[in-house]
Design a protein around this ligand. Structure first.
Ligand code: UGA
Length: 441
C-alpha cells in the first residue's frame, strides 16, 4: 500500500521505516530539512538500535523516501500523523500546534476515501475535533495510538503487543466508513495481525484514553515503588528485595518496579501532566488528582539522590569531583528530554561540585542543553580522580561492565551512589567502596 507519515521524529521515522520493511511504499514528510536529509541518506537523526538497518534497506529497495514536500503524500491510502505533542510552555497541557499544522497540510492534498490515522499522543477529545475539521474533505479520520518504547522502537512497531484503532461513531455505533477504515488499517499491519496480535477497534475517546491510561499506569507503578523506597529509607528496609517479593505475585509483576531516581523522557512526565490538565478541563480534576502526587514523588527522588551525594561527601559537595555515569533518561537512548540523570548532574553542579558526565550515547545532546558541565567520552577517563561516582542511567557499561576493583584503582574517593539500584552492592563494598542505594540500607 502507498502510505505517508507526517512527522519524522522518534515515532514517525521509526513508523515509516518499519512500514516499508513490511512491504509498503512509504513517504516520510517533515518540515526539518536536516532531518529529512539525514533520513534520506540512511542516517537516523537519533540513537535507535536497528533503525539505520531498516532505513538502508527501505531506501535501497525504493520503498522508502523522505521529503519536506507534502505534495509527495498525494494519493496515499493512509496518511499517518506522527508529530510531537510536547508540554506547553505556559501550562502542563499538551501543545497541539504540530498536529493542527499536519492537518492543515493534509487538507491541501488528501483525496476522497483516503484515511488520516493519528498516532500522536493527544488529549481525549482531540480526534473528534479533528474529524470535524476534515469533514468535507472526503477523508476519514482514525486514531491509532503508538506504544513504542525508545530503544525498542523498531521491535515495538513491527511486533506490537496490541493495536488500537479508534474510528468515527454516530450515536454510539461505528460508521460504515469507520468500519472500512479499521479493515484498511488491519491490512496495513498485516504481519502483526496475521500473528493474532490483539486488534482492538473502538471509538475515538477510548483509543485516545488507552494511550494516556497506559502511560499513567506505568508512571504510577514507578512512583509507587519509589514511595516504598521513601518508607524503606526511614525504616532500614530494602526496596529492591521488597520489589522482588511483591513482583512474584503475577497480579503485580516485577516490571516497572525499579526504584531509583524516577522516570523521565519525552513521554511519561508530559503525558501524566497533560492528562491531569485535560481531566480538569473536563470537570474531573479529582479523578486523576493522584497523578500530581505521582509527579511529586517522582521529582522528590532527584532531590533524594542529590541529598545522598551531599551526605556521602560529609555535608558539602563544594569543589568536590563528582563523576556522573549517564545523561540519557534511560539506557539504549540518546534522549535527554526531562532526564532525571542530567537533572541530578546540573543540580550538583549548582551546589558547587566539579561535575564530569559520561554517557555512551547522549553526550552531544546533553552538552547542548547543559553546556556548563564537563563531558568526557571515555568512561575510565571520566572516573579517574573522582571523589564520588554516581550512576544515574543503568547502561550495561556501568551496570555489568564496570568492575568495582578496576573503578577502585581509578578514583580518589571510594564512594558510589547507585541512583538506579543497578549495581551489585556487595561487590562494590568488597572493593572498598561506601555504597549508597536508593531505598536500600
Ligand atoms: C514510554 C512507555 O513505556 C511506552 O509504552 C510509550 O509508548 C512511550 O512512553 C510513549 O508514550 O511514546 P519510554 O518513554 O521510551 O516509553 O520509556 P520507558 O521505558 O517507559 O521509561 C520511562 C522512564 O521510566 C525512564 O526514565 C526509566 O528510567 C524510568 N523507569 C522505568 C524507572 O524509573 N523504573 C522502572 O522500573 C522502569
Amino acid at each position: 500500500m502507498k502510505l505517508s507519515v507526517i512527522g519524522c521524529g522518534y515515532l514517525g521515522a521509526v513508523h515509516a521505516a518499519a512500514m516499508a520493511s513490511i512491504g509498503h511504499d512509504v513517504v516520510g514528510i517533515d518540515v526539518d530539512q536536516r532531518k529529512v536529509d539525514a533520513l534520506a541518506s540512511g542516517k537516523a537523526p537519533f540513537f535507535e538500535p536497528g533503525l539505520e538497518k531498516l532505513l538502508e534497506a527501505g531506501l535501497a529497495e525504493g520503498r522508502l523516501r523522505f521529503t519536506t514536500d507534502i505534495e509527495q503524500a498525494r494519493g496515499s491510502a493512509v496518511h499517518f500523523i506522527g508529530v510531537g505533542t510536547p508540554q506547553r510552555r505556559d501550562s502542563s497541557a499538551a501543545d497541539l500546534t504540530f498536529v493542527h499544522a499536519a492537518i492543515d497540510d493534509l487538507l491541501r492534498i488528501v483525496g476522497e476515501g483516503e484515511i488520516i490515522a493519528g498516532k500522536s499522543t493527544v488529549p481525549v477529545g482531540t480526534a473528534a475535533a479533528l474529524a470535524e475539521r476534515i469533514s468535507g474533505s472526503g477523508a476519514v479520520l482514525v486514531w491509532n495510538p503508538e506504544f513504542l518504547r525508545e530503544g525498542w522502537a523498531v521491535a515495538d512497531t513491527i511486533n506490537p503487543d496490541r493495536i488500537v484503532v479508534g474510528v468515527p461513531t454516530e450515536q454510539g455505533e461505528r460508521t460504515l466508513e469507520g468500519e472500512h477504515a479499521a479493515e484498511v488499517l488491519r491490512s496495513v499491519y498485516h504481519t502483526a495481525t496475521a500473528k493474532d496480535t490483539p486488534y482492538i477497534v473502538t471509538d475515538f475517546a477510548t483509543a485516545e484514553l488507552v494511550k494516556v491510561a497506559a502511560n499513567a499506569f506505568l508512571a504510577t507503578k514507578i512512583s509507587f515503588i519509589n514511595a516504598m523506597a521513601e518508607i524503606a529509607e526511614v525504616t532500614g528496609a530494602d526496596v529492591t528485595t521488597l520489589a522482588d517479593a511483591i513482583g512474584h505475585d503475577d497480579r503485580i509483576g516485577r516490571r516497572f518496579l525499579g526504584a531509583g531516581i524516577g522516570f523521565g523522557g519525552g513521554c511519561l512526565p508530559k503525558d501524566i501532566r497533560a492528562f491531569a490538565a485535560r481531566a480538569e478541563e473536563l470537570g474531573k480534576r479529582e479523578s486523576v488528582a493522584f497523578l500530581r502526587e505521582i509527579d511529586d514523588i517522582n521529582l522528590r527522588r532527584r532531590d533524594r539522590a542529590v541529598h545522598l551525594v551531599v551526605e556521602a561527601l560529609g555535608g558539602s559537595v563544594f569543589e568536590k569531583n563528582v563523576t556522573v555515569l549517564g545523561a540519557a533518561f534511560k539506557p539504549h537512548s540518546d534522549d535527554i528530554r526531562d532526564s532525571p540523570a542530567l537533572d541530578v548532574a546540573t543540580r550538583l553542579h549548582g551546589l558547587g561540585a566539579h561535575i564530569t558526565v559520561t554517557d555512551p550515547a547522549a553526550i552531544d545532546n546533553a552538552r547542548r542543553v547543559s553546556p556548563q558541565l564537563r563531558y568526557v567520552d571515555d568512561r575510565d577517563e571520566a572516573i579517574r580522580g573522582a571523589d564520588l561516582v554516581i550512576v544515574v542511567t543503568e547502561w550495561d557499561e556501568y551496570r555489568r561492565q564496570l568492575d568495582p576493583e578496576h573503578a577502585a584503582s581509578l578514583v580518589a574517593g571510594k564512594i558510589v551512589v547507585d541512583g538506579r539500584n543497578c549495581l551489585d552492592a556487595q561487590a562494590w563494598r568488597a572493593a572498598g567502596f561506601a555504597y549508597y542505594g536508593m531505598g536500600r540500607p
